[in-house]
Design a protein around this ligand. Structure first.
Ligand SMILES: C[S@@+](CC[C@H](N)C(=O)[O-])C[C@H]1O[C@@H](n2cnc3c(N)ncnc32)[C@H](O)[C@@H]1O
Length: 305
């Protein structure tokens, strides 16, 4: 989950309780944005699948620097980006005050995995956060160099203390260079094979494709995969009355005028439809006629304006 505001999932915190007792309580308020809390009274937690463990999870520990804090929750219930509700054990998350900016949940990992899987050569990652995408990319043998662009002093200080990259196996952390700069201004001094912008709190924001376009104007990467790409493609495609199929997504990607990648990964269109239905949460572009099969009962029951 990314948050309340960055609506990654509804997070439920488990208290440390005597063995055998299970008590879950709501950790954050549901997103003020769209009130998407999962009603835990209707969820049969005992029968939920357990999310696969993430290899980087154990590298995180509770820490705080300024407004930022890293926390580790014993257990949480989260909804994936392409998958459903599941139990996550030992959930590590990064908060800035009350907002969750990143966490090692299926929502976050599934929504960044395509970028990690396609990482090769020199990767530029915009937004350090927990350093999850940077570490996962550096661990790939196909990757030679990872440049992470981050502008927040306090998150940089938090990573100095955490020392995540130094502890990665086989010295792969040495591939990672952190640059203190604004992602909207930074220009590389060597060619970039893949640009992965992820500087946002929320999964959907207005003008995201244009913002990525501005970044790419500075970077000139061979390929781009940005966070929330599927939802951004979906809202533009659906506004134009296109189906969320391979052809509709490809046509929309062409209009973004970005060298977007990921569209030819397995089941991309089907997965985009799932993510759209679960996570769009009514944030369609003005004038969109939301097709029946993409409507979320809580947000699109009444047709979007
Ligand atoms: C959601 S986190 C990134 C999570 C990261 N992908 C990971 O895997 O852990 C977003 C990060 O972007 C940073 N950020 C926001 N705006 C930025 C900007 N204009 N330039 C550079 N970094 C920025 C935030 O400080 C935060 O560290």
């Amino acid at each position: 989950m990314r948050s309340a505001a960055r609506p990654t999932a509804t997070l439920i915190e488990s208290q440390e309780l005597p063995a055998g007792e299970v008590m879950l309580e709501q950790f954050t308020q549901p997103p003020a944005l769209h009130g998407s809390a999962i009603n835990m009274r209707e969820v049969d937690i005992e029968n939920l699948p357990v999310a696969p463990d993430d290899p980087l999870r154990s590298y995180y520990r509770p820490l705080a620097t300024g407004a930022w804090s890293l926390r580790v929750l014993p257990v949480a219930v989260c909804e994936g980006y392409f998958t459903g509700l599941q139990v996550v054990n030992g959930l590590a998350l990064l908060m800035r005050r009350q907002d969750v900016w990143m966490s090692v949940t299926p929502l976050e990992t599934e929504s960044q995995q395509i970028g990690v899987d396609l990482a090769h050569g020199h990767v530029a990652i915009f937004g350090l956060g927990m350093g999850w995408a940077a570490a996962a990319s550096a661990m790939r043998p196909e990757v030679d160099k990872v440049t992470v662009v981050e502008m927040d002093d306090e998150i940089l200080a938090l990573h100095e203390t955490l020392g995540l990259f130094e502890r990665l196996p086989d010295g792969v952390g040495e591939k990672i260079e952190i640059v203190h700069a604004d992602a909207l201004e930074w220009k590389p001094d060597s060619p970039v094979d893949l640009l992965v912008p992820d500087i946002w709190l929320d999964m959907v924001s207005w003008g995201r494709a244009e913002e990525v376009h501005d970044m790419q104007d500075n970077v000139g990467a061979e390929a781009v995969y940005f966070w929330g790409q599927e939802l951004e493609l979906a809202r533009h495609a659906v506004l134009k009355g296109r189906a969320l199929d391979d052809a509709g997504l490809a046509e929309t990607a062409t209009e973004f005028d970005l060298p977007l990648v990921g569209l030819d990964t397995p089941d991309y269109a089907a997965r985009t439809r799932i993510a759209t239905k679960q996570w769009m949460k009514g944030r369609w572009l003005e004038g969109t006629e939301v097709p029946e099969d993409l409507r979320h009962p809580d947000y699109d029951g009444a047709q979007a304006e």
